[in-house]
Design a protein around this ligand. Structure first.
Ligand code: GBH
Length: 451
């Protein structure tokens, strides 16, 4: 297959990690099987008005039953790694101290399946599916959830630690905290800034304490966290808009990066939020700053902001300038933003190895008469972001791997099944999987085809 741009796998290091990412609630389905209890996403998605097409993840891609086929597909693409997440509600029901053996068995089989296919397992411990029973006891707003998380992490890492070396504690704490509790777009759907900041703090403490626990349980562990980071740009060159960028960046990016690297929460944001700041206990900030083996960066798009004095607390507002290339979601397509973001992390933080743990796009895929799936825009998005990564590496960024979001079309949270991010098309009526043009391109790239 001809590649439309001169980029080759050989442009990257031999041991560069080439992966795809998925998450449990978005693909597994089998929501009531083998002892799985409801998660906050089962509750939220079943609440009218929360998910745009009224759908839930009850069936999703039925990956729980079709995982062998899905891993076969990943292997056939020539991938070297597979990032997945564990559904906490398959392991603990939020009441009993004993884990659910059937849940552990599923992930044990899944991991063995990856290893048998030459796929390095990258395990995310929390990709948003909190057991509903724990939410009923206060969820992440309660410190008790930190302890429950550690108990879950302990069991999972003891069970899989002899086969899984790469661990990601949390996926995108910003989304867990802010979409879940500030704008209410995600489960559990609250709308309170102080609540969101407290949740955020507990999630970050649970991250830091999990790092130590994983190291204790897994010989030779590589532990990191996956943050959703955005370059932040000013709507204009005015001094006011430039200052708004600093404030916005403070909560979007530095709120996570600064404490992870031992600098505490940014003073500027603490001042802006005043009494809405989280309650912090002795030792918390030290816990959050536990040294990491790598940082996972989920990169999708830059944000453009303007000064907006009426907006609490950041006095900034996101704007959507006309005339820019965008995906069907309205997210700006900006490969250069990834270069900028990676350079900024390397400049401002002692971050060590970086991995792009997610990057991807949603478009209206065209099903052609011959059954092939035409997604040339997604293919170009992928190529241009790989080229951007090559540029970033050439200028010194320590990037060791790339995970495309996502292997499969899946349950896209508040958008339900309306948004497809997969390199593989899912016909939800039949659960048939068809590699899209983008997936064929990635596969050809990985198999060393070149133009
Ligand atoms: C990732 O989050 C998730 O990890 C993954 O599960 C998800 O499927 C994937 O992205 C694709 O969405 O400006 O109103 O559109 C991406 C994080 C989610 C953060 C959307 C910014 C902005 C909402 N982003 N959010 S809006």
């Amino acid at each position: 297959k001809d590649l439309p741009m001169a980029i080759r796998r050989a442009d990257f290091a031999d041991d560069f990690v080439w992966g795809v990412s998925t998450s449990s609630y978005q693909i597994e389905g089998a929501a009531t099987l083998d002892g799985r209890v409801p998660s906050i996403w089962d509750t939220f998605s079943a609440t009218p008005g929360k998910v745009r097409d009224g759908s839930t993840g009850a069936v999703a891609c039925d990956h729980y039953h079709r995982w062998e086929q899905d891993l076969d597909l990943a292997q056939s693409m020539g991938l070297t790694a597979y990032r997945f997440s564990i559904a906490w509600p398959r392991i603990f029901n939020g009441r009993d101290a004993t884990p659910n053996a059937k849940g552990l068995e599923f992930y044990s089989k899944l991991v063995d399946g990856m290893l048998a296919r030459g796929l390095q397992p990258w395990c995310t411990l929390y990709h948003w599916d909190l057991p509903q029973t724990l939410q009923d006891q206060g969820g992440w707003a309660s410190r008790a959830t930190i302890d429950a998380f550690l108990q879950y992490v302990d069991v999972v890492t003891r069970h899989l630690g002899n086969r899984v070396r790469h661990w990601i504690t949390h996926n995108e704490p910003w989304c867990t905290a802010m979409h879940g509790n500030w704008d209410g777009m995600h489960a559990p759907g609250h709308r309170s800034l102080p609540l969101a900041l407290q949740v955020c703090h507990h999630v970050m403490v649970s991250h830091g304490r999990a790092v130590a626990l994983i190291r204790a349980n897994v010989p030779d562990a590589q532990v990191g966290i996956a943050l959703s980071l955005h370059p932040v740009h000013a709507a204009s060159s005015s001094a006011e808009d430039q200052a708004a960028v600093q404030r916005h960046d403070g909560l979007r990016n530095r709120w996570f990066l600064d404490p992870l690297y031992g600098r505490g929460y940014p003073a500027q944001v603490l001042e802006l939020v005043g009494d809405d700041a989280p309650h912090i206990e002795a030792g918390d900030m030290e816990a959050i700053a536990a040294p990491l083996d790598f940082l996972g960066v989920n990169y999708y798009f830059p944000e453009v902001v303007r000064d907006a004095p009426e907006q609490y607390p950041l006095r900034s507002a996101i704007v959507h300038p006309q005339g820019r290339e965008r995906t069907a979601f309205g997210w700006e397509v900006a490969p250069q933003g990834m270069v900028e973001l990676l350079a900024r992390i390397a400049r401002d933080y002692p971050a060590g190895p970086l991995y792009i743990t997610e990057n991807g796009s949603t478009y209206e895929d065209r099903v052609e008469a011959d059954g092939s799936i035409n997604d040339l825009q997604r293919r170009d998005y992928l190529i241009r972001h790989l080229a951007a990564m090559r540029t970033a590496i050439a200028s010194g960024a320590n990037i060791r791997g790339y995970f495309a979001w996502s292997l499969l079309d899946n349950f896209e949270w508040a958008e339900g099944y309306l948004r497809r991010f997969g390199l593989t098309y899912i016909d939800y009526a039949t659960q048939e999987r068809t590699l899209k043009h983008s997936g064929h391109w990635y596969s050809a790239f990985l198999h060393g085809a070149h133009n």
